[in-house]
Design a protein around this ligand. Structure first.
Ligand code: ACO
Length: 350
């Protein structure tokens, strides 16, 4: 049992929907512009009383239920987010308390849109070394809180939501087959929330100048995102001894449908093998990949045994790719995959 798999997935998406038409009444934009330039039709917006930890908690509870795991059985909680409830304490600790995961260690991880795959990579190391048996990795965001709603170049892109995954040991060759991480801090200025940290502490001036909202050079991010996601995807496939032709489904970070098209094209993955849900959620950063995996499985696009390629890119800059032999994570075939893992010789004691 030196493998690691996602045993259960869960999501939490706010009910409120903000359409492109809603945005067109707020800033100088149109449904046509947003759809053709990004692929987005609508996004979810958290109500005023809901914070990132609330969305994370909802996703975590569903992931635990789908994994058939109790909160007390979780050893570690990693929350990937750029929109924590507070700068400190960690949102992960708030989730740990609300979940009743008394045995779990917990911390936040900040790698923007690549955060979920970074979290999976970290969690998988703990499982592989035998330090922990069950790691809960959550990607959760309330980006609507840090969007400048008067800036049409960014406010149309982002949304709120959370996705969570319970990682567990699995037989070698099942679940996570490889992961590649990367970063380039030389482009840190391309996407940032400039104030509120130690460099630019919150002040009247930072508030008046709107420095607590997202600043982004979209065109440059676009230019760098495509080759980085392609390279990471090729590297992770090569690392696992696989080829693009082996991939049943490509589940990329959902930032822009044109980025996804360009990455798919360069990799040689035709549209039928690419998963898209950006039209419904926009860019939900660290939540994008787990929500997409959940939607892909519950929508019948992803089945146990399928080879899945995931890739992300975001602020930092950061990027990541992972390749999986899918074992079922939303209840559909979970019982079967669990029985198989328990029958495997050398199974860990619970
Ligand atoms: N409605 C109408 N017009 C707009 C809008 C809008 N919402 N936004 C920008 N425009 C205008 C611009 O002002 C510009 O007008 P101009 O030519 O008169 O100056 C024109 O449209 C073209 O602007 P570009 O920025 O060149 O448009 P582009 O085709 O690059 O699309 C976009 C912009 C959608 C932001 C794209 O660059 C993109 O998706 N970039 C990647 C962003 C991303 O992936 N971020 C992920 C990381 S986020 C994270 O890590 C948290």
């Amino acid at each position: 049992m030196t493998g690691v798999t996602i045993r259960g997935l869960g999501v939490s998406l706010p009910e409120e929907i903000r359409t492109n038409a809603d945005l067109a009444s707020m800033v100088e934009t149109s449904h046509e512009w947003i759809l053709t330039r990004t692929g987005i039709v609508e996004r979810r917006i958290a109500s005023a009383t809901v914070a990132t930890s609330d969305l994370a908690l909802g996703a975590a509870r569903q992931a635990l239920a789908n994994a058939g795991v109790e909160a007390e059985e979780i050893d570690l909680i990693i929350v990937a987010t750029v929109t924590p409830d507070m700068l400190f304490p960690a949102t992960g600790c708030l989730v740990q308390e609300a979940l009743g995961a008394r045995r779990a260690a917990s911390f936040d991880l900040e790698a923007a849109c690549s955060g979920f795959l970074y979290g999976v990579s970290v969690g998988a190391q703990f499982i592989r070394t035998g330090t922990y048996r069950r790691v809960l990795v959550i990607g959760a965001e309330t980006l609507s809180r840090i969007v400048d709603w008067s800036d049409r170049s960014t406010c149309v892109l982002f949304g709120d939501g959370a996705g969570a995954a319970v990682l567990e040991p699995a037989p070698e060759g099942e679940g996570l087959l490889g992961v590649v991480l990367g970063a380039d801090g030389g482009h840190a200025d391309l996407i940032s929330q400039p104030a509120g940290g130690s460099r630019r502490p919150a002040s009247l001036e930072t508030v008046l100048q709107g420095e607590h909202t997202i600043r982004m050079n979209g065109r440059e991010v676009f230019r760098l995102a495509v080759p980085a996601m392609v390279r990471a995807s090729e590297q992770v496939l090569a690392q696992a001894g696989l080829r693009v032709a082996d991939v049943d489904l490509f589940v990329p970070h959902q930032a822009n449908a044109r980025i996804i098209d360009a990455v798919g094209e360069r990799l040689g993955i035709e549209r039928e093998r690419v998963f898209l849900n950006i039209e419904r959620y926009g860019n939900i950063s660290s939540a994008s990949i787990p929500v997409s995996l959940y939607d892909a499985e519950t929508g019948g696009r992803l089945r146990p045994g399928d080879l899945v390629l995931t890739a992300a890119f975001g602020a930092g800059l950061t990027w990541a790719a992972a390749v999986w032999r899918w074992t079922g994570a939303t209840g559909q075939d979970r019982a079967l995959s669990r029985v198989r893992s328990l029958l495997e010789p050398g199974t860990w004691e619970s």
